[in-house]
Design a protein around this ligand. Structure first.
Ligand code: GDP
Length: 351
């Protein structure tokens, strides 16, 4: 029991540190000195077989409150369906935005496609978005206002509502948004979101062609070059969540695996780059890599302790933890699968 309580204390310590920092700093909104700005914008849109939804995405771009003549749309497409024809015909009828269509002969994966798109952009602010998301009309203006601050070279935004998502998801995103605001006020945030990431063109760098966390990797590399990369809740978007549980899980597993790999690849940044390497990267290491093992160990050691004290009734301890998780999350399979996929990723990385 003593061992379990100690393990729990070790597991909880970084979260308590973050809570104390949060109470002390009380971060609100963006840490940037925001100023109204209207730079030229390249919107980067990777597409793979999106003929069902791509037109809605183009409408989403046209609905943005921004002068369309200041926008170029850079599509990098590896589809085998009619996606690129739909895009070409849709834009052909318009005076603006200008279309740059990069046609891939075969699907090479998202990261190489994005590297090509980033090499092709010509405008001052580069916004990467996904087909299955909807941007708030003022998203570009809010992002541009952040990038007007010389210290800041990248900004990501807040998922305000998950299209087709669950309550658990929105609760989790609420916590994540507070964490990312705190990190941004301390220095920079780690995680960048696929549906909306904005970068200064000058700051762009190639990403690892095998990356599974492309936006986050780019932001991390930009931070390592010296400029801050932040989260601003006023930059808003909505992301479609896969309606099928299995697809949703796979998407999350891929993101989780991408983040873990990235943290390991950039472990030499720990302790460097101000609070980013001293506080933010260690916390994310803790959150993504250490705490799942510590939680599992706490459960095993706690169950052992409870059984040795109470006999068979000691099994009430893991049952209680399960019930607590279920009541908190309205889901037991999700957390268990998440833990499993984190362990699986780490073991395969070690191999
Ligand atoms: P997720 O949101 O992380 O699950 O990633 P998605 O699979 O939804 O893809 C994000 C965006 O990239 C979507 O607009 C896809 O159409 C596009 N996409 C996915 N894979 C590829 C690819 O291999 N090549 C290109 N060019 N686009 C891709």
């Amino acid at each position: 029991v003593v061992a379990a309580v100690s393990l729990l204390a070790v597991t909880a310590a970084p979260y308590i540190c973050y809570l104390l920092l949060y109470a002390w700093i009380r971060p609100q909104g963006s840490p940037a000195d925001k100023e109204p700005a209207e730079p030229t914008v390249s919107i980067v849109l990777p597409t793979y077989n999106e003929e069902q939804i791509v037109e809605t995405k183009l409408e989403d771009v046209l609905d943005l409150d921004y002068p369309m003549e200041k926008i170029e749309l850079v599509v990098v497409d590896s589809s085998t369906d009619d996606t690129r024809t739909i895009i070409r015909e849709y834009i052909a009828d318009l005076e603006a935005p200008e279309l740059v269509l990069l046609e891939e002969d075969e699907r090479r994966g998202l990261a190489p496609a994005l590297n090509d798109a980033y090499a092709a952009v010509s405008n001052e602010m580069v916004v990467k978005t996904d087909c299955d998301s909807k941007l708030a009309p003022d998203a570009l203006r809010e992002a541009a206002a952040n990038l007007a601050d010389d210290e800041i070279a990248a900004v990501t935004g807040q998922n305000v509502e998950v299209l087709g998502g669950s309550e658990v998801e929105s609760g989790y995103r609420g916590v994540q948004s507070h964490i990312q605001q705190l990190e941004s006020h301390l220095d920079s945030t780690l995680i960048f979101h696929g549906p909306f990431s904005a970068f200064e063109n000058d700051a762009l760098l190639p990403i690892d062609p095998n990356s599974l966390a492309d936006d986050t990797e780019l932001a991390l590399k930009i931070r390592r070059q010296g400029k801050r990369v932040i989260f601003d809740p006023s930059v808003r978007y909505m992301e479609a969540s896969h309606s099928e549980f299995v697809k949703r899980r796979k998407q999350k597993d891929r993101r989780g695996m991408g983040l873990i790999r990235l943290l390991v690849q950039h472990s030499d940044a720990l302790g460097k780059y101000g609070q980013y390497g001293r506080v933010i990267l260690p916390f994310n290491w803790w959150f993504m890599i250490a705490s799942p093992w510590l939680l599992a160990a706490t459960l095993v050691v706690g169950t052992g302790g409870a059984i040795s004290l109470l006999g068979v009734s000691g099994l009430l301890f893991p049952a209680g933890v399960g019930l607590f998780t279920y009541l908190g999350q309205r889901d037991l399979l999700g957390p268990v699968q998440m833990l499993y996929s984190i362990f699986d990723t780490q073991v395969s990385l070690l191999r």
